[in-house]
Design a protein around this ligand. Structure first.
Ligand SMILES: Cc1cc2nc3c(=O)[nH]c(=O)nc-3n(C[C@H](O)[C@H](O)[C@H](O)COP(=O)(O)O)c2cc1C
Length: 378
């Protein structure tokens, strides 16, 4: 291996004492390829088996914790103990290849397609998403909110019983946890809404529920991570200033990591911080080394990964790049980094073990993935 890449292969010790073999994580990516009844499919097991040999941590696609939280067709469920055997297969598949298996958990809130939740789309308030055609959600009652918080705890217990090494709480990308933190989607005046501190109540209660399940049920160190998106485009909407408040609160929660969800690692703030630094640099500075911080977004080559680590993040997550190049880590380790593919070809599906629904998503959204018309990926 070229020694300049050594920093990518330094071990990481998480606050819970767990040691990770390198600084690369597979980012959570929904593949819509689970069985229609919410169980884990053979196609998704094959997809993960192909991608779990290099990164130290594989974060799964997001699973839903409550029946009214299903956010996608072909999403897998953790709403009941009957799902544990399939989840066990998923955890085992990832761990057998040498990665820690972390399950991402969420509730989709107002972004759930109505037909996935029996027409009853719920959120913090009745404000629809700004995506065209979005339904007007029903405002959750206090008792329902408490029940969803308990569902996060139950999901964590099931993840532990299934043999996962941890869970990542999905507080990003506009789903229910973010809907409670956001001044756009949360217009409540009860204990779950109001100023920025009160809008933190739901995310903090979810973390407490997850951590108390860990304390009660885990027999060995178990990872609890939290993912958030730093800004929203809407007005009112989340700004960097509010994300600093969230970062401060998360840093006191004894989490094992905070994962900042960005499409572009180097993106600059829109509001609430000046653009002399990237969002990621602002957030790393704000964390003050109190908790590991993970970055992500449009990183393809090992040199780009080195530059990203230079911002002070603890680890780097790779999403689309590990779909395109499952052997990304292994190729660097064996000195073959010049053979890392950064484009997909339309002929690559079988070779790269990509399930049909994910493949159709990749080809169906122009510009989402760098796709070549012919030939092998390169
Ligand atoms: C197909 C696909 C599915 C995704 N699903 C999820 C998801 O389930 N949970 C999540 O937090 N982020 C999800 N993301 C966002 C990624 O985790 C990541 O933040 C984003 O793709 C940017 O990183 P990248 O440029 O390395 O792909 C998804 C991204 C893609 C491309």
């Amino acid at each position: 291996m070229n020694s300049k890449y050594n920093p990518l292969f330094e071990q990481v010790t998480l606050p819970n004492g767990m040691i990770l073999k390198n600084k690369i994580m597979m980012a959570p990516m929904t593949h819509s390829s689970s069985n229609n009844n919410g169980t884990v499919s053979d196609a998704e097991l094959a997809y993960y088996a192909r991608r779990s040999g290099g990164a130290s941590v594989v974060v799964t696609a997001v699973t839903y914790v409550s029946d009214n939280g299903k956010g996608f067709p072909g999403q897998f469920s953790i709403t009941d103990d009957s799902f544990i055997p399939g989840l066990t297969k998923l955890a085992d598949t990832i761990k057998e290849q040498g990665a820690k298996a972390v399950l991402q958990i969420f509730h989709g809130g107002r972004l759930c397609p109505p037909d996935a939740v029996g027409g009853d789309v719920v959120s913090a308030s009745t404000i629809p998403s700004e995506k065209p055609g979005s339904p007007v959600p029903r405002e959750l009652e206090d008792a329902e909110i408490v029940s969803i918080i308990e569902d996060f705890g139950e999901a964590t217990r099931r993840a532990i019983e299934a043999g996962f090494d941890g869970v990542e709480i999905h507080g990003a990308n506009g789903y229910l946890i973010q809907q409670f933190f956001s001044p756009h989607s949360n217009r409540r005046e009860d204990r779950w809404g109001g100023d920025v501190q009160r809008r933190l109540s739901f995310p903090m209660a979810v973390i407490d529920s997850v951590q108390s399940a860990v304390q009660k049920h885990a027999k060995s160190p178990f990872i609890v991570g939290y993912r958030f998106s730093p800004e929203e485009p809407e007005t009112p909407g989340l700004t960097m200033e509010e994300s600093f408040v969230l970062m401060d609160a998360l840093a006191e929660k004894n989490l094992d990591y905070i994962h900042v969800s960005l499409l572009d690692f180097w993106s600059k703030p829109r509001r609430g911080a000046d653009d002399s630094k990237s969002r990621m640099e602002w957030l790393v500075e704000r964390a003050q080394g109190k908790v590991p911080v993970i970055g992500v977004g449009l990183i393809h080559t090992p040199d780009e990964a080195l530059a990203a680590l230079g911002t002070g993040i603890t680890m780097l997550a790779l999403g689309r790049e590990l779909i395109i190049e499952p052997d990304w880590v292994e190729k660097i380790e064996s000195g073959n980094e010049e053979h890392i593919a950064v484009h997909l070809s339309k002929e690559d599906q079988e070779r790269l073990v990509i399930p049909d629904p994910l493949w159709n998503m990749i080809l169906g959204v122009p510009g989402w993935f760098p796709v070549l018309e012919t030939g092998e990926s390169k």
